[in-house]
Design a protein around this ligand. Structure first.
Ligand code: F6P
Length: 335
């Protein structure tokens, strides 16, 4: 009952909210921004966009958002609000300035869209100033607990698959081994699914127990019919990146023709997939409704089609989230 009363007060006090994107950009962030803005306006709540992530909070870089401000952005990659990894927000002085600016602009609640760094900052801030913040997981890395898929992940997977399918054509024509490095920071979620999706001969990523000797044994197996191979390497793999892995393959098999492709930031751009747009729109709407319902310090995600609220400090601990069956599948299907 007490909780209900607290929520009642909060709901009725919330007249203006802010939205920002922070950390590495991800396709679908614009769809989420559009949804936050339009859901707020639908509920007669004013919305301001905060530019350049937490730096914009510190520098008072705010702009009022209208339905027109978010027109024609649903299909665009990147983020119209720009994004930053803020050093200033790591300091108490920076966060104090951010809070002062929020108060000065009469902002009652905030939606932050980003990854683990974004939620780490939001968690400190929300506790320090008792300011309501909810988060949406926007990162290609998919490295957050409390959501099946982060905003940006699906599109990044499709970008990788598109590239590797093309690489496969040339690899096959020349009987070459291609070692392809994908992003993911310290996690292997991009490598895991793209490895399965492109039928890679081997996948190396931080969470797997497939090590370089296993890869070399596989490539050297005389019974293998194929002479071309795709090896997907997560940037955080224990063996190092694609260049190091390619060197190990060359050392072991000097007669192999080995090439390296580092896909890099191409994985962060591009038009979001339809699933991405739908998911981001759904989450944007939930973010506003959650703020109005008095939620704070939680990341909003979708797990098994249900909306879930995960405290920021829990959301950032992704270890153990990886699907064990998929882990096994990368090995089984590439015999
Ligand atoms: O978190 C998203 C991500 O693209 C990671 O996969 C990658 O490690 C990192 O950001 C790259 O960051 P930057 O754009 O600062 O080089």
């Amino acid at each position: 009952m007490v909780g209900d009363f607290k929520n009642f007060i909060k709901t009725n006090q919330m007249k203006k909210i802010g939205v920002l994107t922070s950390g590495g950009d991800a396709p679908g962030m614009n769809a989420a921004i559009r949804s936050v803005v339009r859901t707020a306006l639908f509920n007669n709540i004013e919305v301001v966009g905060v530019y350049r992530g937490y730096d914009g909070l510190i520098d008072d870089d705010f702009a009022p958002m209208t339905t027109a401000s978010v027109a024609n952005i649903l299909q665009r990659g990147g983020t119209i609000l720009k994004s930053m990894r803020s050093d200033g927000f790591r300091t108490k002085e920076g966060r104090q300035k951010a809070y002062d600016n929020l108060k000065k602009n009469n902002i009652d609640g905030l939606v932050v869209i980003g990854g683990d760094g974004t939620f780490t900052g939001a968690n400190i801030f929300t506790k320090e100033f008792n300011f309501p913040i909810v988060g949406l997981a926007g990162t290609i890395d998919n490295d957050l607990v409390g959501t099946d898929f982060t905003i940006g992940y699906d599109t990044a997977l499709n970008t990788v698959i598109d590239a590797v399918d093309k690489i496969r054509d040339t690899a096959d024509s020349h009987n070459r081994v291609f070692v392809v490095e994908v992003m993911g920071k310290d996690a292997g979620y991009i490598a895991l699914r793209t490895g399965i999706g492109c039928g890679a001969e081997a996948v190396l990523y931080p969470e797997s127990d497939v090590y370089i000797d296993h890869l070399l044994a596989k490539l050297g197996n005389k019974n293998r019919q194929r002479r071309s191979s795709i090896v997907i390497v997560a940037e955080g793999a224990k063996e190092g990146g694609a260049i190091e892995v390619a060197d190990s393959v060359r050392n072991e098999f000097p007669h192999f023709d080995v090439r390296v492709v580092v896909l890099g930031h191409v994985q962060r751009g591009g038009s979001p997939s339809c699933m991405e747009r739908v998911r981001a729109s759904q989450l944007g709407m939930e973010a506003v409704e959650s703020l109005l319902a008095g939620k704070e310090a939680v990341m909003i995600g979708i797990v098994d089609k249900n909306i879930e609220y995960t405290p920021f400090e829990k959301a950032i601990k992704h270890t153990g989230k990886m699907n064990k069956k998929l882990l096994k599948m990368t090995d089984v299907l590439s015999i």
